[in-house]
Design a protein around this ligand. Sequence first.
Ligand SMILES: [Zn+2]
Length: 306
Amino acid sequence: MTTPNTPPVCDYEGSDYQNSFWDRGGREYEDRTEAIALRRLLPKRGRILLELGAGAGRNTPRYLGFDRIILLDYSRTQLEQAQMRLGPSNKYIYVAADAYRLPFVDGLFDTVTMIRTLHHMADARRALTQVKNVLRSEGVFILEYANKLNLKAIVRYLLGKQKWSPFALEPVEFAALNFDFHPKAIRKWLKDLEFTIERTLTVSHFRVGFIKRVIPTSILVSLDSLFQWTGALWQLSPSVFLRACKIRNPHGVETRPAMISPMMVFKCPDCGYTALADEGTHLQCLNCRKKWEFKNGIYDFRKSLD
Ligand SMILES: [Zn+2]
């Protein structure tokens, strides 16, 4: 389900991803090492954070230093699971939308996180450009990406067990809408978009079935925690986290809303107009007149109501 001119979207609609992959999938090690990396990279507090690809809200409780958190996912059912998990609170705003057409005013967010999400982007550069637009100047972007230049892929390639080269700069789509990226390519895209990379951590060094079975998780987590710092030197792990800062535009004037209410944060994803009228069951763009549904606590900007 996509609108014209945007790349295909990996949709977790109706998926029990949270349960099958995380809760019962033997991924305690991955979850705990990600928590450590996030703690090391995330600003302690801020006004408003965008969680891009929030899924069922697995990471959301790690962002509680922020006054408001916007959970964005393409799948409505993932957001419904997040609502159940997090419980009722004014702190959260739930948005179903396409990462290539973000429905937010420019320069809104102090921090944007994108974890295990770029992995599904057919046009990663385009999604990163959207992040740049919605981030305020000197705002922080925490990005996690799947690294094609990981040790396992290198060994498999050298042994002739894998066709694609981990050394080539272009992304590899190893399964439908699942992409791994070369660290150098990511660095170049971010530089082109005028981000400064402040810190890089490598994560999940021991994501190998038999190691996870043989060695206790807490030991692996401690070792990974130490190894994460080597990300500053080289990146050979399957997952890489980085913290980038949007360079300040000395000529730019930013007007940020004084208070954060849903009416102040959205723009029409179709025409870009920032005045939307709140009609209770939907928001209506005062320019192109398109209607965007608001139902059961979720703003839906994927497709306008006819
Ligand atoms: Zn519009």
